[in-house]
Structures are given as C-alpha cells and as structure tokens.
Design a protein around this ligand. Structure first.
Ligand SMILES: Cc1cc2nc3c(=O)[nH]c(=O)nc-3n(C[C@H](O)[C@H](O)[C@H](O)COP(=O)(O)OP(=O)(O)OC[C@H]3O[C@@H](n4cnc5c(N)ncnc54)[C@H](O)[C@@H]3O)c2cc1C
Length: 532
C-alpha cells in the first residue's frame, strides 16, 4: 500500500507531524511498534496486580506544549482533551519542617521566598523578569527550524562579513542583555544559584525545579543554567496535566488524525527503511509487511534511525561516526504505587495536588549525591524525588476511593545498568529500597497503604519505551546537542542525506518534553519543501 507520508512512531511528536500533514490533505500512515500508542506519553495499567489503577507511563507535566498553537490549531479540546491547572504548582518540604511553595502567580511565589530571605525574594523578582524576556526569545527560536548560529549573530561569509543578524529582527531581542544571557546559558545551575541567592531553601528549591522538572540533568553540569531561563515559562503557562492522564493527549491526537483521514497502526515495528539511489521509498515492518511512500518521518532518535533502520553502508562513514558518538546518558527512574488511601505527611503541611519536590539541604549535598551515584553505580543514597498523587485531582485514574503515587527519582549513574546487564537486579532492588525509605521519611504510613508497586530503572524504561539508556529526551540536552546542533549540525533541519527521509521527535530541535514542537517544526519543513 502506498501513502503520501509515513511516520515511524506514535509518540506525541510523530502524531503532531501526522496531524499537520493530514491537515494539508496528505494521505498519512503512522506505524507504532507497541500496542499502546504514545511513546513516553501514555496512561497505562503498568503496576502488576493492580487492575483499574492507571499511571503515566512517562511524562506527567504538560508545560511546553501550552506555549504552542498545537492544541488550538488541531482543536484537541473538541477531541476530548481537557487540562487541569495545579496551583500551587510545587511544594518543596525541607528537613527543618518548612515548606516553600511555587505558585503560577509570581507575586505569591515571591512572598513565599521572602519568608526565608527578603533579599532572595527581591533578587528572584528581578531575575524572573530578566529571564522571562530571554525565555520569550528562546521560545521564538523553538517554534521554528533552528537558524545557524552565524545567521543568528549576523556573521556572514567572505562576501559580507557582517549581515543583519536574525536576532535584530526579533522584537524580544531588544529587551535581552545578551552578555548576561549567554553566561547564564553556559554555566551550571548550581553556580548560578550560588551567585544569586543567599538562603539554602531558595537555592535548593530552584535547583530541584530546574533539575527534576525541566532538564533532568544534574544541576552541577555546565549549561544546566539554561533551565533558569526556561523555568520562567511556568509563570506564563502554569502547571498543567490532562484529565485522564498523559494518554489523553495521545487519544485526542489520534482522534484528530483519524478525523482527517489519517491511519494509525499499532504493533507495527519498522525493521527497515527502504531506500533506492539515495531516495526513501517506504518502510518494511518486522512482520514483513511493506508500506510505500516518498516521505518517511522518523520519530526514533537519529542514531537508531540512520544506523539501525537504514541498510548498512547507506550512510557516509564520517556521519555514521558522529552519530555513534552522540551523548546519550541516563538521568533518572520511576516508582509507581497503587494505594488504598492517600498517606499523611508527618512533619510538613503538604497539600494533595501539587508536585512535591523532595530535595536535600544544600546544593553541595545535591552535587555530592550525583557524584556518589556515578562512583557507586547505584541510585543516590538520598535520592531527589518528584512525588505526585495524580488521583488527588483526577479520580478517573483509580478505582473509587483508591489512589496512585507517581515518583521520578534522581540521580542514577550516567550510564545506568541496563536491563540485560548482570547488575540490573541489584541496582533495581537497591533503588526501590532507597526510594521507599526516603518517601517514608515524609509519609511514615505509606508502606501500610501500598497495594502494589512498580519500579522502572533506566534499563526498564529503555526496554519498554525504546529510549536508549532510558534517556527521556532521546539524546542529552547539553549545549553541543541543542538548537542548530541537535542532533548534529548536518541533521539539524529535520532533513537527512536520504531524500524524503526526515527526523523528528525529542532528539531533534528544540528537544524533549511534552512540547510537540519538534513535530510541528518538522511538518512546517516538509510542507515548505513541497510548497504544499
Ligand atoms: C518517565 C518519564 C517521565 C517524563 N516526564 C516528563 C514530564 O513530566 N514532562 C515532560 O514534558 N516530559 C517528560 N518526559 C519526557 C517526554 O515524555 C519525552 O521527551 C517525549 O514524550 C518524547 O516524545 P516523542 O514523540 O519525541 O518520542 P517518543 O515518545 O519516544 O515516541 C517515539 C515512538 O516511536 C516508537 N518506535 C520506536 N522505534 C520504532 C520502530 N522501529 N518502529 C515503530 N515504532 C517505533 C516508540 O515505541 C515510541 O512510541 C518524561 C519521559 C519519561 C520516560
């Protein structure tokens, strides 16, 4: 059978591309290897022996997509997508019994910080204003194929040494101090926080938001400072989650696609991308079925798409070497539990709905936790946890009166034991014990309330979701792999050396997270190329 376009992978980005192409009257097919659609954005009964308990198989927070036109343009609300806003967004409980809350309402957040330090509150207020302008500028760059750095800065070739810079044409640029912005982007989040703030509560709380919510990178890594800028979007979008769990976004995207005539096949693993004389011809599934098209879009990471799905020898040797060298590391793992009831916090006044970020006492401790994880090849002894009780705002996710707990845990070793490695069982059991011990420090009655649970190491995530090393963003969001360099400069415009074969997904610009932006940009690129 032949189509105008075939999309490999029914993650949210694959479905966004498919929707925009179908909207432009393309006959589109999406092929997905799993029986559950959605990739890292699903709602599933994942916990063994807990029927009726639905958990997010990957993402929980839908922040970035709120900064795009996707939901409105695809009319996803008319296909059943409904978001709930969580306010306060986050609570950070500390060992001394205090809690620092972050509200969408910036004034309220500033008041909260002033309970710990008046100076920090004033400084945060000023910085959020500065970072917000920078975020608005970056957002412009995110919702477009990435410009070359030379275009951005206006540095021309030999003919014209200085051309007008692209930045000079963007209204947001006028409000940005580039000298300070570039420094913020390249430095580590922890160094930035140490420079700007005096109180450990402020520093640790912000560090946890940057690390647990935005980048999942350790806040001591250079370039994690970028998250300071990015986190300000929370004051524009708020913290939103779909009713019915993350899978509700996928259900709406699939319904919207089908309404436009698009088709989606599950349990359809692509084993090979068919090419001939440098042009794409279609895909071959693991069961031998073949589908033909002059356009194939892959939402699988570039390394796997180009090195595993293309026939050996199709790619130029030097590009193959660069792809093999991409930085892909592990960040964290998950813990899910089905509960008889919500647990009671012993020492802190915690509300049910907000995300709870269980941090440490100082940035130094956070940094140490990251290094220990790597030296011991184990989850940090006192892990950083982002804990949520999704049933507290969405009763559809569990049997009547019952609850679920969703927890993301950091830090794991950069190259965590994979599921097939000998160490995996030890790693997994040890991690589960550490997570439960830490949770019970805050909710001592939790153990008695657990009906069933499931822990997923980076190796388990890699196996279930086909994300290498459990990397939630397909490849690392370090600066050398961001913007024009994502995944590599020669692949940064969603195109590949094979005519008609495009890349999309978290491993392309602007990166991971529930944003739909890579999918949106890929669709724009294809439609522009075809003048459609
Ligand atoms: C545990 C976890 C928690 C997260 N939390 C958040 C969060 O709270 N907020 C947030 O914004 N982001 C979060 N993320 C990140 C975010 O979910 C991902 O970056 C994003 O969903 C990636 O979407 P994608 O469509 O680009 O790729 P994916 O969702 O990975 O989709 C790719 C699809 O391709 C399919 N596929 C792969 N190979 C083949 C093949 N050969 N043939 C056919 N199909 C194939 C896969 O099965 C998958 O369905 C989280 C991720 C994880 C794993």
């Amino acid at each position: 059978m032949s189509f105008d376009a075939i999309v490999i992978g029914a993650g949210h980005n694959g479905l966004v591309v498919a929707n925009y192409l179908a909207k432009a009257k393309f006959k589109v097919l999406v092929v997905e290897r799993r029986s559950t659609l959605g990739g890292c954005c699903t709602t599933e009964e994942l916990i063994p022996n807990a029927p009726g308990f639905k958990v997010n198989g990957g993402a929980i927070d839908h922040i970035l997509i709120q900064r795009t036109p996707i939901i409105q343009e695809l009319e996803l609300d008319s296909f059943g997508l409904k978001y709930v806003s969580i306010e306060p967004m986050f609570e950070v409980p500390f060992e001394d019994g205090s809690v620092l809350r972050f509200y969408k309402d910036l004034k309220k957040t500033i008041q909260e910080i002033s309970r710990f330090s008046k100076r920090d509150a004033e400084r945060y207020s000023k910085l959020v204003e500065e970072w917000s302008h920078e975020e608005a500028l970056l957002e412009r760059l995110m919702l477009n194929p990435p410009p070359k750095i030379s275009e951005l800065l206006g540095i021309g070739g030999l003919k014209a040494i200085f051309k007008p810079s692209m930045l000079s044409t963007l209204p947001e640029a006028a409000r940005v101090d580039f000298n300070s912005m570039v420094r913020t982007v390249v430095m580590s989040a922890n160094q930035l926080l140490n420079e700007e703030f005096e109180d450990d509560h402020t520093k640790v709380a912000l560090s946890s938001i940057f690390s647990l919510i935005f980048s999942t990178m350790p806040p001591s890594l250079p370039s994690s400072g970028l998250m300071a800028i990015m986190h300000t979007m929370l004051y524009k979008t708020g913290l939103k989650r779909p009713i019915g769990g993350s899978g509700a976004l996928i259900d709406a995207l699939v319904s919207s696609l089908r309404a436009k005539g698009g088709e989606v096949l599950s349990q359809a693993e692509v084993r090979r991308i068919i090419t001939d004389k440098g042009e794409v011809k279609g895909v071959e599934l693991a069961d031998g079925r073949r589908f033909y098209s002059k356009i194939v879009v892959s939402s699988v990471d570039a390394q796997r798409t180009l090195l595993k799905l293309l026939d050996p020898g199709t790619l130029d040797e030097s590009l193959a070497r660069k792809l093999k060298s991409l930085r892909i590391t592990s960040y964290g793992m998950t813990y899910h539990a089905a509960l008889h009831a919500l647990p009671k916090a012993a020492k802190h006044e915690l509300r049910e709905e907000p995300g709870k970020l269980l941090a440490l006492n100082s940035l130094e401790q956070i940094e140490k936790a990251y290094h220990i994880a790597n030296s011991q090849r184990a989850l940090s002894p006192t892990p950083l946890l982002a804990v949520n009780f999704p049933t507290s705002y969405d009763a559809t996710l569990a049997p009547l009166g019952k609850h679920t707990l969703y927890c993301w845990a950091q830090f794991v070793p950069d190259n965590s034991p994979m599921i097939w490695e000998k160490e995996h069982k030890r790693f997994s059991e040890d991690a589960q014990n550490k997570i439960e011990k830490r949770l019970e420090e805050f909710w001592p009655d939790l153990g008695e309330l657990i009906i069933a649970k499931k822990v997923e190491t980076p190796g388990d995530l890699a196996e279930r979701l086909w994300i290498q090393r459990g990397n939630t963003q397909h490849i690392d969001p370090t600066l050398e792999q961001m913007y024009y360099y994502r995944p590599l400069p020669e692949l940064s415009h969603y195109k590949t050396p094979i005519r008609g074969l495009y890349l999309t997904g978290a491993g392309t610009h602007p990166g991971g997270g529930i944003s739909g932006m890579p999918g949106y940009n890929t669709a724009i690129t294809i439609l522009k190329e075809l003048n459609a």
